[in-house]
Design a protein around this ligand. Structure first.
Ligand code: ZN
Length: 276
């Protein structure tokens, strides 16, 4: 039993260290899920963030063994009017469903759903993917579906409620989604109890990491004392996750895509174009 356990740990380590060249051909699509205004721009402007508006994104990973949708937008598709819809600080022009359809997918085609975390600007359309297999950290699921319903439920709760009955893979750390090291969920708790990021090894583009909300702006990487969102979660855990991420980026020579970085996002190819 113990030997078997060690073998599986070794197999895991081996998969992790596989080079991108050995990984299967993977495509990564970026969906435009709108923009989000900062709720507290002054603190950001004071630290040199020039553009406080944020991009809102979702991503589709297409792998020979299945598809993975990463995050699901900020306003549910059902509320999006032709010409765009604004809800609180968010504005969305295109539905997620229409962007999936444009490249030939409908929600029921999606093998795996993973959210970087449960917040409303990542989980708006989660219920539409309740038929997919949900890849979620144990701690995140526990926060999303507590045994005792909270006094003030999260505003996102109705938007992800259907995931409670989804076929789920409960994670407790990093996870190699397709078993070939091409797509790896990286546990980065702190912002929420089970926050996670996604490493995608692309043959031509090289390794890319989708940050979730580990960072919101590039300044959070350079100014070590600049953690404007830490108070939302567990600051110590967030610091540890950032250190883990920076080491990973260095080791893999990976590019970090900060999902909310609207300036970097503007330069990236959007679906139906893709990265491979
Ligand atoms: Zn966010």
């Amino acid at each position: 039993m113990l030997v078997k356990l060690f073998l599986s740990i070794f197999a895991g380590l081996f998969a992790w260290s596989a080079t991108p060249q050995t990984a299967s051909a993977v495509k990564l699509y970026i969906f435009d899920c709108g923009t989000l205004k900062s709720g507290n721009p002054d603190v950001l402007l004071a630290r040199g963030v020039t553009t406080t508006d944020m991009s809102v994104t979702a991503y589709l990973v297409v792998h020979p063994r299945g598809t993975l949708l990463w995050d699901t937008g900020v306003i549910p598709d059902a509320l999006i009017q032709p010409g765009g819809t604004t809800e609180a600080r968010a504005t969305v022009q295109k539905t997620l469903r229409s962007q999936l359809a444009e490249i030939g997918y409908k929600p029921s085609d999606i093998t795996y759903l993973a959210l970087s975390h449960n917040h409303y600007d990542h989980s708006a359309n989660a219920n539409s993917f309740a038929g997919s297999t949900w890849l979620v950290q144990k701690a995140e699921r526990a926060a999303m579906f507590p045994d005792t319903p909270p006094q003030n439920p999260s505003n996102a709760a109705p938007r992800f409620s259907a995931l409670k009955n989804s076929k789920s893979v409960l994670l407790d750390g990093d996870y190699d989604v397709f078993g070939d090291a091409s797509v790896v969920i990286v546990a980065t708790p702190g912002h929420t109890p089970g926050h996670q990021s996604l490493l995608v090894n692309l043959r031509n583009t090289g390794p890319v990491v989708l940050s979730g909300d580990l960072y919101h702006y590039p300044a959070e990487r350079t100014l070590k004392d600049f953690t404007p969102f830490a108070a939302l979660g567990n600051p110590q855990m967030e610091v540890a996750s950032k250190a883990k991420m920076e080491a990973l980026l260095k080791e893999k020579k990976a590019t970090l895509w900060i999902q909310h970085d609207i300036l970097a996002y503007a330069e990236l190819k959007k679906s139906p174009a893709f990265y491979d």
